[in-house]
Write a protein that binds this ligand. Sequence first.
Ligand code: PLP
Length: 388
Amino acid sequence: MMKIPFLDLMTPHLELEEELVNVFRECLRTASFVGGSQVQGFEEEFAQFCETKYCVAVNSGTDAIRFALVAAGIGRGDEVITVPNTFIATTEAISQTGANVVFVDIDEKTYNMDPSKLEDFLKKRYALDAMRSALRPRAVLPVHLYGQCADMDAIREIADRYGLIVIEDACQAHGAQYFSKRENRWQKAASMGLAAAFSFYPGKNLGACGEGGAITTDDPEIARKVSMLRDHGQAKKYYHDFEGYNGRLDAIQAGFLRVKLKRLSEWNEKRRQNASRYNEILKSVDHIVTPYEPEWTKAVYHLYIIRTKKREELQKYLSEKGVNTGLHYPIPLHLQNAYQKSGLTNGNYPVTEKVAQEILSLPMFPQLTEQQILYVAEKIKEFASDLK
Ligand SMILES: Cc1ncc(COP(=O)(O)O)c(C=O)c1O
């Protein structure tokens, strides 16, 4: 029996051990731990990768979302629209600005924000005299979940019409692309809204050897504000224009990220190849739904998600056969205890609720071998052939 991990964090780091240790040694020998040339170098290189004018490195994806929202002027009395099919960091960051979270449901095929649900929500919201309401929709925060871009042309068109700011949660989508008809070109996740937020949590497509995050933007004012927000509201040491946060990226992590960034395109390509290999084998298997990648996206498969009505059974079966899998995410955010007070219940976001019961994340990482993919796919076929 093969043993297949859900994620292999060892191999890429052992491959890069020399270079990573050199970064660490240089930081030790120059006593550079916070800020400095490593952080600046990483910001320049990641902005270039993302095709944006600016990148501001911070200490997590959660802070990246929060700082982007605060810099955009979002706060108490505002509503920020996002999806319930995401990691809680998305909504934590919104709530922590003082704004209210509003959910709209996802599309059943892409698992990302359904633009028609966004439109429906806004129509209703404005019909319900939003002018007299204490709250107002101010921003939309689409999540490029699993490494695939949300339908940004449609979302941006609606946002423009309703005067909403767009901020991308690109925490799972380093290098993902979207073909924008309105721009008539491929764009990277990171360059389609006022700002985008990235996470460099170790398991991400670009992961630090610890925590990290970044904001990308083309707007000089947003870049200036977020760089002050991450550093106690100061641009000059001990001159504080406003209260900020301690949200800086460590120099050592920035150096590690620079080493790994050089490999990101190659690793993303490997993930895409792995996904098409899984697709080839699984697409004709009864009871299994493989990922849908519309022609307007190039997903980077942070996660490879299949769906089946027999999810619990399949997960157990695979586990018995030595295959580790994951659930992203088992409980939609609106049904989490953390949001009990919102009064939202089962039935409010039916697509998310249905999908949450059927999704299963298969092993996905660049170093996954052909043999491992064949083994996982073979076990799934075996399982499905026993179903009626
Ligand atoms: C969709 C999404 N948003 C936000 C975050 C938060 O990032 P971090 O864990 O770096 O704070 C993550 C990562 O876990 C994520 O997957």
